[in-house]
Design a protein. Sequence first.
Length: 267
Amino acid sequence: MTGRFHKMHGLGNDFVIVDAREQEIELSAAKATAIADRHSGIGCDQLIILRPSEIADVRMQIFNADGSEVEACGNASRCVAKLIGEETRIETTGGIIIGNATADGAIVDMGAPRFEWQAIPLGYAMDVLNMPVGWEDLQNPSAVNVGNPHVIFFVDDSAIVELDRLGPMIEVDPLFPEKVNVNVAHITDGVIHLRVWERGVGLTQACGTGACATAVAAIKRGLVSSPVQVELPGGSLIISWQAGETIQMQGPTTYVFSGETDWSQFG
């Protein structure tokens, strides 16, 4: 079956977006992996399927490059809000995200962060702000759920952390029964410098939910104040959050191209 798709990215975190609200399409995990392949497919970090929603303007289904489904994606939410335009209520399995298109991207309300150990989720109870655990030199992280689970390590220099080696080890640790996104960050002059190992994807140019989770953890630890700039390899985001409120994320999006393909050739 031939169908249309959009290719967009937020700070280099790229997506193939398929609008299935008018023409239903079912894509398996195997097909999602084939589509995401950068050599034999279209190529992307995540495949996004837009579907009808009974509680919002649109429902967003998110496949990682490895075929796994995830609950939320901040950069994809910005791209979807920009693609649809104006205010858009986006249903995800991680909750409702509200996006507003701007001249160069979008502002999205990512909902309220969660800090209960069961909500992360962790394998057992502990202090999630200063976790008494570590992996080699990465010690005493924070954990936050922002629609999906994140663990955040504050270090002296995030650029020298062997995240390509430690990330996959921490991602699948039994402490995280649903796996976890791994963030390493350092702070200079009130700016957070962040790298992310994304669950089911690997190292990415940017991770919107990672930026949100890291900013929230840094604010709770008293390391920065809101709003805060988060610098990722692909560019910067502005994150705003106060205790008891929802997270606001602002950043650019880029529309790369649109195309048509025969979905049956994948997988």
